[in-house]
Ligand binder design. Sequence first.
Ligand SMILES: *[C@@H]1O[C@H](CO)[C@@H](O)[C@H](O)[C@H]1NC(C)=O
Ligand SMILES: *[C@@H]1O[C@H](CO)[C@@H](O)[C@H](O)[C@H]1NC(C)=O
Ligand SMILES: *[C@@H]1O[C@H](CO)[C@@H](O)[C@H](O)[C@H]1NC(C)=O
Ligand SMILES: *[C@@H]1O[C@H](CO)[C@@H](O)[C@H](O)[C@H]1NC(C)=O
Ligand SMILES: *[C@@H]1O[C@H](CO)[C@@H](O)[C@H](O)[C@H]1NC(C)=O
Ligand SMILES: *[C@@H]1O[C@H](CO)[C@@H](O)[C@H](O)[C@H]1NC(C)=O
Length: 425
Amino acid sequence: MILNSHLMLCCLFIYLNAQWYQQSAYLIQNKLFIESTGLGTTYQTEGFINSTQQLSANFINCATPNTSYITLNSKNTSAQKDSPQLIPSGGIISFDLYFHDNWLNEAVTFTIESFYYTYTYTSPTTYPSSIGFCNSTPYEVKTINFTVTSQVSGYIKFSTNVAGNGQVSIRNIIFSQYKMNCFPTCSTCTGPEYNQCTTCYQGYPTHNICPQCPLNLFYRQNQGCKQNCPFSEQKYVNGFCQTQLQSYHISAGFWQFVIQSSSPPPSIFSQYSLIYDPQNIDTSPQVVQNGPTYLFGIFKLNSGPYRFIIISRNLNNYLIGLKIQLLIFDNIPLGCGVQIKINNTYYGSIFSTNSEVLSHKFKIEEVNIQSTCISPYISCQLYKLYGSFDIPPYSFLLTVQGNYTQSQSLQKTQKFGSWMGCKLY
Ligand SMILES: *[C@@H]1O[C@H](CO)[C@@H](O)[C@H](O)[C@H]1NC(C)=O
Ligand SMILES: *[C@@H]1O[C@H](CO)[C@@H](O)[C@H](O)[C@H]1NC(C)=O
Ligand SMILES: *[C@@H]1O[C@H](CO)[C@@H](O)[C@H](O)[C@H]1NC(C)=O
Ligand SMILES: *[C@@H]1O[C@H](CO)[C@@H](O)[C@H](O)[C@H]1NC(C)=O
Ligand SMILES: *[C@@H]1O[C@H](CO)[C@@H](O)[C@H](O)[C@H]1NC(C)=O
Ligand SMILES: *[C@@H]1O[C@H](CO)[C@@H](O)[C@H](O)[C@H]1NC(C)=O
């Protein structure tokens, strides 16, 4: 056991190493280009154009390898991208220049906005190679890289002042960025280690070390100390909530409800059914949109949705993790709540007491106040609930049912202060 946890520690640190991130890349694949002209043209040269005319940039075609190359020479002196690019401060640019024919102290310049980088080249008496570039053309390839020190945005452009018969072909243009991964307790840092913090998610650094959580709280990486670990990171190792590598998401089928789209997917109704409150049959709940997300419906009293969760794999050694999001409109009335059932057996709930909203057998991961709320409700709060249950590894019916009672005073005005919508996955 102890051995295991030391192993985790080592891997955690490896994972934390700072990294290069590729932002975008052009002209990296073998592809034959097609010449195109005119305004509004989709230039089939990966968007590289002749910067003075509405014309694709000059290119040469090769059979071995079977590809085209954007190529500059004394007649076609530049090639520019047809859409702008943003390069952040510290961004790294690299590309390959294939020089062929004769170069005499002549230059190739990369430009974006006010930034430029010039590479000057003189060809040798005999080129070092004639295999690999284009058929059997003798050439020399130079890989250029440099850093942009402050953010620039504009059209990238390559140009040359070559006067003789020298030509240069451009390939493998890559924009990348250095990004520091701080230790999970540091919100800013000078390096990836635990003692290289400048500010903390929780508390303040002492000798550049951020404090751990008090004993009763859990450290969510890159967030701070919370009552519990999030649903997706149920393992608590080395003082951090971490992802359980071996997990099986029975939730997959519910994800579509969270996806933002302009209209509910047509299949949405076949995915769940409604439980009616026998005293107050209400067939109105249907899929509704609240801000960017879809809800199964807005429910009142003892109604709610249910759905069959199909478990098709053998899950003998797994706990079933359930994550349920409830959007509570206005407040849960005192003494009321929402229950979660598996195969019609009660498994947990949230409910309102005098002073607060509590949960039973489920944990409240987060409560988010929503900025938009369906009229006529004044406030909306999204409760993210989760729980792990040791139930037999078979398919089951999952039910979310309101336990709202209609209070006397509310009855008079025929208004239900709080209804609920829910989303399961
Ligand atoms: C060369 O590549 C093009 C596509 O870019 C393809 O249509 C063509 O068949 C290839 N030719 C050879 C000889 O592989
Ligand atoms: C210049 O570019 C045009 C258009 O791509 C091409 O037709 C012409 O042959 C090029 N000239 C030279 C010298 O490469
Ligand atoms: C654009 O193409 C024309 C026609 O091929 C050519 O004469 C001109 O030099 C090219 N311009 C640049 C900047 O390459
Ligand atoms: C940039 O080029 C230098 C050598 O000139 C090399 O050491 C370095 O690894 C290159 N960096 C990248 C990001 O390619
Ligand atoms: C509703 O909640 C109350 C306690 O808050 C509980 O006694 C009652 O059994 C619940 N009703 C249903 C239908 O589960
Ligand atoms: C739920 O009920 C169905 C139908 O009775 C049954 O086949 C299934 O095994 C039950 N699932 C669980 C987890 O108990």
